[in-house]
Design a protein around this ligand. Structure first.
Ligand code: ZN
Length: 63
């Protein structure tokens, strides 16, 4: 009798709430912000501007 079978960990427990993790990606000579939710900012010539877009998106979207 094998009543004491091990219970596998629930994978849903680790991915509770997906945060808006915006990062900057380089596209050729441009740089743009991209978020884990699928959002992407406009192409910037400056990485600092793209980073500002990423920060602005994370701040604008609740959660
Ligand atoms: Zn996002």
């Amino acid at each position: 009798m094998y009543e004491d079978s091990p219970v596998p960990p629930d994978p849903a427990a680790e991915t509770a709430t997906p945060a808006h993790t915006a990062t900057t990606v380089e596209r050729g000579s441009f740089c743009l912000a991209r978020c884990a939710c699928g959002w992407s900012g406009p192409a910037r010539r400056s990485r600092d501007l793209a980073r500002t877009d990423a920060a602005g998106h994370a701040a604008a979207v609740p959660g």
